[in-house]
Design a protein around this ligand. Structure first.
Ligand SMILES: Cc1cc2nc3c(=O)[nH]c(=O)nc-3n(C[C@H](O)[C@H](O)[C@H](O)COP(=O)(O)OP(=O)(O)OC[C@H]3O[C@@H](n4cnc5c(N)ncnc54)[C@H](O)[C@@H]3O)c2cc1C
Length: 379
């Protein structure tokens, strides 16, 4: 859909591309190898306006649209999916719901610092025993006079280690499922909040993923995000946007695989000629390119619908489902095109192959996306 982008949108995309190529990409392999969170980019990302992409200008953000967020994030993910998801969670899963559901006071307190990267966000929905079935979550919320008390354990929390502000979903009564859940803004230094075990992952190794324990954590009453008992709606609305974010990550990874494969196929010679001259390789490239275009269009479509305030849950699921499967196919073919060199770190497709897998798992597995899509069809 590049054909439909405005001049300004192309400029935004170009700025992100240049930063991703010149600053992020050269560091990606090292950050992955050492599982180092990409905090070194935060000052420059904030300077570029990428730590507050959809935060309105009135709160110090860039005031951009969801489509523009996709354009920026694809470039970051193409260079380094770990950096991409770190920035994406901060923007889409934390700043996003504060912009949409926060009180004026909450917006003033948190958004400007988020846009300046002084405050990094994390989103705490999943629990060790409740992932796909998020409505079953057990983290407990009790209202005691003028404050809330939270108790429980959250699992798989992206940015856990580096976050200053956690959106925590907790329930007053698990038996009430979706209607018992509320959302809370919990600050890092709240007594009783402990960021625990860091997971040792297959891919996106430079993105930190932690267990978060909450024990008698007192949260001021005015840190309730949205209405009491409406937390699940906030969680799901946020994930609609987040799924566009993961579709974008998948498109970025897939594009990186294609770019590296085209370059390698032109350089690598076997049987006295470049492997690009073999039809077997050409067809792989053609299929990769075609699927990436389709995935990108689905992602843009979901973003534009969200910008227009139209229903887009099933479209976001389609984009995530198709883009994540595209990324995994593209990564597999990229490794194949690189032969033995694809299997080692030097040409980076090995990293893309490991990074691609997570896109089929988080923010709703592919099975869950198929459930969302089929429910919309059969409703
Ligand atoms: C690296 C990483 C980062 C993450 N970041 C965050 C984060 O920042 N915040 C957060 O809240 N969560 C985060 N998550 C959690 C992630 O969203 C969950 O892992 C995901 O939703 C799946 O839940 P689960 O792991 O409990 O798997 P399960 O729900 O146990 O699923 C296991 C398998 O069963 C299948 N399954 C489950 N239910 C059904 C069904 N009804 N029909 C068919 N198949 C089904 C699933 O598709 C899957 O294949 C992260 C996870 C990872 C790995």
């Amino acid at each position: 859909m590049d054909f439909a982008l405005t001049e300004e949108q192309r400029l935004i995309q170009q700025t992100a591309r240049q930063f991703a190529d010149e600053v992020i990409a050269p560091r990606a392999r090292e950050l992955d190898a050492t599982a180092t969170a990409p905090t070194e980019f935060f000052p420059q990302l904030a300077e570029l306006g990428f730590m507050g992409i959809i935060i309105p200008e009135a709160y110090g953000g860039s005031g951009l649209s969801n489509l523009e967020q996709v354009l920026i994030m694809e470039e970051l993910h193409r260079a380094c999916a770990s950096t991409g998801v770190t920035v994406s969670v901060h923007n889409s899963l934390v700043a996003g719901p504060i912009v949409k559901f926060g009180t004026e006071e909450q917006k003033r307190r948190y958004l400007p610092r988020m846009a300046r990267a002084e405050l990094i966000g994390a989103y705490c929905l999943s629990e060790p025993d409740y992932g796909s079935d998020a409505a079953g979550l057990r983290c407990q919320a009790r209202f005691e006079g003028d404050h809330w008390v939270l108790d429980g354990t959250k699992a798989w929390i992206t940015n856990g280690e580096i976050a200053d502000l956690f959106i925590v979903f907790a329930t007053e009564d698990p038996a009430r499922r979706t209607r018992g859940i509320s959302a809370f803004l919990v600050e890092r230094d709240s007594p009783g909040l402990e960021v625990a075990k860091k997971e040792d992952k297959l891919g996106i190794r430079a993105s930190c993923t932690n267990m978060v324990h909450l024990e008698n954590v007192r949260v001021p009453a005015d840190n309730l995000l949205g209405e009491r008992g409406r937390g699940f709606t906030i969680a799901m609305d946020t994930l609609d946007g987040g799924r566009i974010g993961i579709a974008t990550q998948a498109v970025g990874i897939a594009q990186a695989c294609l770019d590296r494969s085209v370059k390698y196929a032109r350089e690598r010679k076997q049987f006295g000629t470049e492997i690009a001259n073999f039809q077997a390789i050409q067809w792989k490239l053609a299929d990769m390119a075609t699927e990436i275009e389709a995935a990108r269009l689905l992602t843009y479509q979901a973003a534009v619908l969200r910008d227009e305030g139209k229903p887009m849950g099933a479209k976001a699921s389609m984009a995530k489902l198709f883009a994540s499967e595209t990324a995994n196919r593209a990564a597999r073919e990229a490794v194949q095109i690189h032969g033995g060199w694809g299997y080692v770190a030097e040409f980076d497709v090995e990293r893309h192959y490991r990074d691609a897998k997570i896109t089929e798992i988080y923010e709703g597995t592919s099975e869950i996306q198929r459930i969302v899509i089929s429910r919309a069809l059969l409703r």
